[in-house]
Write a protein of this length. Structure first.
Length: 118
């Protein structure tokens, strides 16, 4: 069973940047992703081959990456906006193939808070 631990959240002014990290342990996973908020909105996902997917609201501003050897996941967030404020969750493995929908996610981290002030 995979265990995930996020780090890197914090407070920043609009236009600023933050980098979130997620360290996974347990076993190697196919897909990983980031979700945010109580409704677990999909933010970005990446599969083992490096294929990525982004929510329209973050395209061009956020970049997801992973290190398969270390089972780590990162999210580089630039030009942050107040509407990006949320709890961000690391996720891994999905019943449906890719980590693009919260409904199929099998493993979740505890979350890290991101707050963007105007």
């Amino acid at each position: 069973q995979a265990q995930l631990e996020e780090s890197g959240g914090g407070s920043v002014q609009a236009g600023g940047s933050l980098r979130l990290s997620c360290e996974g342990s347990g076993y190697s996973v196919h897909c990983m992703g980031w979700f945010r908020g109580a409704g677990r909105e999909a933010v970005a996902s990446i599969n083992r081959a490096g294929g990525t997917s982004y929510a329209d609201s973050v395209k061009g501003r956020f970049t997801i990456s992973r290190d398969n050897g270390k089972n780590t996941l990162s999210l580089e967030m630039n030009n942050l906006k107040p509407e990006d404020t949320a709890m961000y969750f690391c996720a891994a493995e999905s019943l449906f193939g890719g980590c693009t929908k919260a409904a199929g996610i099998q493993y979740w981290g505890q979350g890290t808070q991101v707050t963007v002030s105007s």
